[in-house]
Design a protein around this ligand. Structure first.
Ligand code: DAH
Length: 348
């Protein structure tokens, strides 16, 4: 066998082995170095090509063709393998980046505001929307703010309307027994607001609401709690009337409960208003639920706060926040608000 045949054999082997090796490569970087080993300047193929010029002329063209065929075979094998590895890489990347949108993660359970707090905040929003500002006062009050300035002197029989919790004030310097109490209603904030306005010269006119916690010596039942919440409303201006009061209550009812519910006033008695009324709000079933009291601020109350009743008039109401929440959410028993049963609280 002459040199020429040997080279042809070698070329055939080179191409076959090369293609087989290339097909086993599974990394793009390895493929790059194998390609330059088989096809680059230092490759056996390049050597053989360089050796062509030393061969007899009659062999050059057959060998040249065989060289080109081997080169093409190897180049094709590199290209096929590169495409295959590229596709694998893309597939791997897509798999890694794939978002499984059907996956369900157990949702984190967040707490939320208690329904009474939600109601309190919604009521503030409604009244702020109607042009009122929000005021507050202390839960521990003196007899004067809670009763006396509200036209309830110490022996007034109507004091029995409020079963009052008194603080043991033995160790409080200068405060006589039965002078400190847990406020029985938010009405003392009316007094504080009027006195502040007069002292600071910021009013009247006064338009405030004061939501807050109040206390009574009461046993809890479906419609009473010993600790509950009220929202007080007070307007003091020139020449305001009972019609303004009724209109304000109706506007509030529509704003808070929506257009279906309405309000009505029933004549009643409170020492701090004249005339006075109870406020009922209609229920979806056609019945009425009492939510609080209202009236025209009594002249004695204006006077106690340093306002001239000849010049100023006022109207006020005090509503039970818990009762408003009861109506809005159809709660049967006020005690459910404080029983802390998670199955109840989660629904509201
Ligand atoms: N403070 C009264 C109560 O707790 C409710 C009330 C009645 C408030 C008439 C008022 C009012 O502002 O004008 O029973």
């Amino acid at each position: 066998m002459g040199e020429h045949d040997e080279i042809l054999d070698e070329l055939a082997g080179l191409a076959a082995d090369g293609v087989a090796e290339l097909q086993r490569i599974d990394d793009l970087k390895d493929l790059g170095s194998a390609a330059s080993r088989f096809l680059g300047k230092q490759s056996r193929l390049a050597d053989l090509k360089a050796g062509l010029r030393d061969l007899a002329v009659e062999h050059r063209s057959t060998l040249g063709e065989a060289l080109n065929a081997a080169r093409t075979q190897l180049e094709d094998a590199v290209e096929v393998r590169r495409q295959h590895l590229d596709e694998l890489a893309v597939g791997r990347r897509l798999a890694a980046e794939r978002l499984d949108l059907t996956e369900e993660l157990g949702r984190e359970r967040n707490g939320h505001l208690h329904v009474i707090t939600q109601t309190w905040e919604q009521l503030e929003d409604v009244f702020v929307g109607m042009g009122f500002t929000v005021a507050d006062g202390p839960e521990v009050e003196t007899d004067w703010f809670n009763f006396e300035a509200l036209n309830l002197p110490p022996t007034h029989p109507a004091r029995s309307l409020w079963d009052t919790l008194y603080l043991d004030s033995d160790d409080l310097d200068g405060i006589a027994a039965e002078q400190l109490l847990l406020r029985t209603h938010t009405s003392p904030v009316q007094i504080r607001t009027m006195i502040d306005a007069v002292r600071s010269g910021t009013g009247p006119p006064i338009h405030v609401v004061c939501p807050g916690r109040v206390y009574r010596r009461d046993t809890a039942d479906a419609t009473h709690l010993p600790v509950f919440h009220q929202i007080e409303m007070l307007v003091v201006d020139h020449d305001v009337s009972m019609a303004d009061l009724a209109g304000t209550i109706e506007a509030f009812t529509k704003a808070y409960f929506g257009g279906d519910l309405t309000s009505r006033l029933r004549p009643s008695y409170f020492p701090f208003t004249e005339p006075s009324a109870e406020v009922d709000i209609s229920q979806p079933d056609g019945s009425w639920l009492e939510v609080g009291g209202c009236g025209m601020v009594h002249p004695n109350v204006l006077t106690a706060c340093g306002l001239d009743p000849e010049e100023w008039s006022g109207f006020a109401f005090g509503f039970g926040i818990d009762r408003l929440a009861k109506i809005r959410h159809g709660v049967e028993d006020l005690r459910d608000f404080v029983a802390n049963d998670i199955r109840f609280l989660e629904q509201l």
